[in-house]
Structure formats: C-alpha cells, structure tokens
Design a binder for this molecule. Structure first.
Ligand SMILES: Cc1cc2nc3c(=O)[nH]c(=O)nc-3n(C[C@H](O)[C@H](O)[C@H](O)COP(=O)(O)O)c2cc1C
Length: 355
C-alpha cells in the first residue's frame, strides 16, 4: 500500500496544525516538460499551492519538497485573529456548482469538496514577518514565495483606510522577502464588506492601486471569487488592469450548507465551497477572462484555482487561458498529488499543456 504522507489533521484545531507542521520529505521530483513563468519568475512547472494550506513557513517548505513551485503563504492581517472553531472544514455532497445554488448538503466523509469556514485567521504581524523572512531564506532555489494579504475592516473605517491596511501588510511582506503579493478580494467566510471586494469595481481599483504603490516592482496578484453576473467582469478588468500583474480565480463558490432550508449550519451564513465542485465554473470563468484580456491586448496573467486534482484538470485550465494552476483542497487531502500530476504531465504531449 502507498505510504500516506502527513497532512493537515482535520480532527485537530487550526492552532494545533499551525504548531505541528510536517517535516519535509525527500522525494524524486518528476520533470514537467515546457517552460513556465509565474509573474516574471521562471519556474519548473505551472503548479503552486494557493492561499490556505500553507499556515506558516514550515508548511511552505513541506509542499515545496512535494513538487509545487509557487508557494502562497496563507493570508495574513495587520493584527492577530483566531480561526473559527471546528467544524470549519465541512465535507459537502454536491455536483458541479454554478453559483446559483441556494444550499448544499453536508456529509460525513470527504468526497472532494468541502465548505471552508476558517475566517482568515492570522498570527501577529511580528510573528508572520519573522516567519516569512525565515521561509524565504529556507525555500529551495527556484521556488517562488507569494504572500496573501487582506485588510481588516474597523467600524469607523472607509475604503481608504481599508486600502491602507492592505498596503501595510503588503509592504511588510515585501520587506520580509515575499517575491509576489496576493491581495484577497474574496472571502465568503467573513461577514464584513472586505469579504467580497472584487464585486465592487471602485473599491477594487482603490485597493489595488494603493497596494501596488506600496510594493513598487514586486508583482501583484488579485485573488477573486466567482462572478455569477459575467457582465461585471469587463468593468472589473478595466478598473484593476493597470495596477495588477495577475488575477487568481476562483476563491470558492459561496452558498449555505444544511440538510434543509430550515436546518442550516454556520448560523445560516454562506460559506465558500472549495474543491472538486467548483472546477467547471472556475475553468469557464478563466476562459471568459482570457477572451476579455485578449480583446484588450492585456498581459494580465491568469492563475487557475479551484478543483484541480489531476494533470488533465491542469491542462483544461491552461487551454482556457491560465498560465499556471494552484491547488488547495486536493493538496491538503493528498499531499503527493503534485508529484502525481507532474508524472502525468511528463507523459503528455507538451503541445497539449502550454497551448
Ligand atoms: C482550508 C482552506 C483555507 C483557505 N484559506 C484561504 C485564505 O486564507 N485566503 C485565500 O485567499 N483563500 C483561501 N482558501 C481558498 C483557496 O486558496 C482556494 O481558492 C480554494 O480552496 C479553491 O481551490 P481548491 O478547489 O483547490 O481547494 C482556503 C481554502 C481552504 C481549503
């Protein structure tokens, strides 16, 4: 039987997992044919880990040794915040989602998709700044460290203060050694207006402009959610295109979770569904974005996120217009999935992959 590699332990708390990162394992890393770039950095494959599974630097190192070339440090804030209590990773039983669903059914065992309810926890800035510096020093050569940041809305703040808070975190992350900054514009698990910033063009423009001006030449990635109204995409691109280097999509698809409309989990609030159930909708969104970018001759890169488990999923994203893919759920469940994808990609026709 194949050896099960250590992974995030869903029976334990977030804090426990933060404090018990696995040690890097030594594995042969299959070569992926083709040439690959991530926001101006040459990388050995189109594979990365999205914001979420990498709770701290030791988790980054673990996945860097498992065939992932872009490591996104889990979203950090300008002040400490606890994770929402368990259950915060609730498996769900559903087919492919398109964003119009009102509710999905919870289930006992993981079937590829789950509702994520972490609420974007963060350690104190002093702690994550030190840890990012340590991570950059210890990551193997050729690996790219992207740091995800979010602003933390305060009761008396408007968008300018929120933008400044995003920018403060971004600047700190760059000072600590981040190669790229990702701003999270979509978190369906927080109940404030910073949760779905990507749906407001004006606010997205302000935040991306202010963050970009605080990080200079360091590439800026905007992490966005799913657009149910696809007419909004064009204006979003017009608003942020000049400030960002890439867009990563999609964060998740938000809906409620419960066995009936009157028996809902999470205080009746929506949660982000991540994993297999968002694959088709995310690829469709990448394709639409790519068409819009081509029409504008824009060189904004697209990073495909959502539901990736196999090399054929990666190929579908690349063919839709993404320049690379990032995984969260599949990598948490099967930490060796990057090695398997690389092996599969090695036996595919290169033209299939980067066309
Ligand atoms: C446990 C977990 C925690 C996550 N935390 C964050 C986060 O802090 N910031 C963020 O931008 N996205 C977060 N995400 C969303 C992922 O980056 C990704 O967009 C989403 O899971 C879809 O990819 P997947 O289908 O491969 O899981 C999280 C996802 C999971 C599963």
């Amino acid at each position: 039987m194949a050896e099960q590699l250590p992974r995030y332990d869903c029976t334990q708390s977030y804090r426990w997992n933060y404090e018990h990162p696995p040690e890097p394992v030594m594995r042969e890393i299959p070569t992926v044919p083709g040439t690959w770039q991530f926001c101006g950095h040459d990388v050995a494959s189109p594979l990365g880990i999205s914001a979420g599974p990498l709770l701290n630097g030791r988790w980054c190192l673990y996945y860097a040794h498992l065939g992932f070339d872009v490591l996104t440090y889990k979203t950090v804030r300008s002040s400490q915040r606890d994770c929402y209590p368990r259950p915060n990773l609730q498996p769900v039983n559903c087919g492919q989602l398109d964003g119009t669903e009102k509710r999905v059914h919870p289930c006992d065992t993981m079937q590829g998709s789950w509702a994520v309810a972490f609420g974007m926890p963060s350690s104190e800035p002093e702690q994550w700044r030190r840890d990012i510096a340590w991570t950059r020093q210890n990551l193997p050569k050729g690996k790219v460290l992207s740091v995800s940041v979010v602003g933390t809305m305060q009761p008396d703040w408007g968008i300018d203060e929120l933008a400044a808070d995003y920018a403060r975190c971004a600047k700190w992350a760059v000072e600590s050694g981040a190669d790229c900054i990702e701003t999270n514009f979509s978190c369906p698990n927080v109940n404030t207006c910073d949760g779905q910033l990507y749906l407001d063009n004006k606010q997205s423009e302000i935040v991306s402009r202010v963050v970009k001006s605080s990080i200079g030449k360091v590439p800026l990635i905007l992490k966005i959610g799913h657009f149910v109204d696809t007419d909004l995409m064009s204006d979003f691109i017009s608003s942020v295109g000049q400030h960002a280097d890439a867009v990563a999509m999609t964060n998740s698809i938000a809906t409620t979770v419960g066995i009936s409309d009157t028996n809902l989990m999470f205080d009746q609030q929506q949660r982000g569904i991540c994993g297999r159930a968002i694959l088709d909708a995310s690829i469709a969104q990448v394709r639409q974005f790519s068409t819009l970018l081509q029409e504008r001759s824009s060189d904004l890169q697209i990073i495909g996120v959502g539901g990736v488990e196999t090399a054929s999923d990666v190929t579908r994203y690349l063919n839709a217009g993404a320049s690379g893919c990032q995984l969260a759920t599949a990598a948490m469940i099967s930490p060796d999935c990057g090695l398997k994808i690389r092996t599969e990609m090695g036996s595919m026709d290169i033209a299939d992959q980067s066309s």
